[in-house]
Design a protein around this ligand. Structure first.
Ligand SMILES: [Zn+2]
Ligand SMILES: [Zn+2]
Length: 263
């Protein structure tokens, strides 16, 4: 009996029987840890997007007359990357899944994450290398895996491009960026990455992969190092983008509804 109980607990631990989000049974679930309706409810952000940083514009007509129009942040301080793709909002089921993946070692989610990512990468052309945002060695030891590398490897395999994971290195351990402001994040992350092989990035187009885009400070600092190393183009990809504060979201919704009434 004891053995059976222990086996049951073991199975529950690794194969939970309920959806992590809504607790529905997982008998026929298409992905681990989440039921079909919850997973299929993950919807991409709605465009149009800033052609540089990928931020959704509040007006659906923002790019109608000038497709290259950049958002205010990108005009004020142009990022080092050439383009950023952040298809999904970091909220709800996807945010829960990324948390499980990153902090609870549920690496089986990397395949469903790649499936979510893949349709947003189809149009990319001319990529030479896929690089993950690196973790510092000590952080890697703590976490045991780099979540961005798992995603980058799945993307690299699909695009049939190399993923030289050690090319970009995190030299300094930094405080968590979570509670820092945009400018504090930039300061915190500055000069913490380096390249281990300059010739490998020279004149190359790199797809730089992370899990979540918040202010973009980390991806931008990696892009700065890559560009300084002679990289031709850096395209960033993060599966999810942190949403704006609720008040700003309301403003966007109102502006959209208003704009939808006519240009
Ligand atoms: Zn569910
Ligand atoms: Zn922008």
């Amino acid at each position: 009996m004891k053995i059976r109980q222990a086996a049951g607990r073991f199975l529950e631990l690794f194969f939970p029987a309920q959806c992590h989000s809504c607790e529905a049974p997982l008998a026929t679930a298409p992905v681990p840890f989440f039921c079909g309706p919850c997973w299929l409810g993950i919807q991409p952000l709605q465009g149009p997007f800033c052609p540089r940083c990928g931020k959704p514009f509040s007006s659906p007509w923002a790019l109608s007359f000038s497709p290259g129009h950049l958002c205010g942040d990108c005009r004020a301080t142009p990022p080092f990357y050439d383009r950023m793709i952040t298809p999904y909002p970091f909220t709800g089921v996807l945010a829960e899944a990324i948390f499980l993946f990153k902090y609870r070692k549920k690496t089986a989610l990397s395949r469903p994450f790649f499936t979510l990512a893949s349709s947003h990468l189809e149009s990319l052309q001319g990529i030479d290398l896929v690089l993950p945002v690196p973790l510092h060695g000590l952080r890697l030891k703590e976490r045991e895996f780099n979540q961005s590398l798992l995603l980058a490897e799945a993307i690299g395999a699909n695009l049939r491009k190399p993923v030289p994971a050690d090319l970009l290195k995190k030299d300094k351990i930094t405080d968590s960026q979570m509670k820092l402001s945009r400018s504090a994040r930039q300061k915190n992350i500055k000069n913490t990455f380096s390249l281990t092989g300059l010739s490998e990035v020279l004149d190359k187009t790199v797809l730089l992969v992370d899990d979540v885009f918040t202010t973009g400070a980390t991806l931008n600092e990696c892009a700065r190092v890559l560009k300084r190393g002679g990289c031709k183009k850096v395209i960033g990809f993060a599966l999810a983008r942190t949403l704006l504060r609720p008040v700003e979201q309301d403003q966007i919704k109102k502006a959209r509804n208003h704009s939808m009434e006519g240009p």
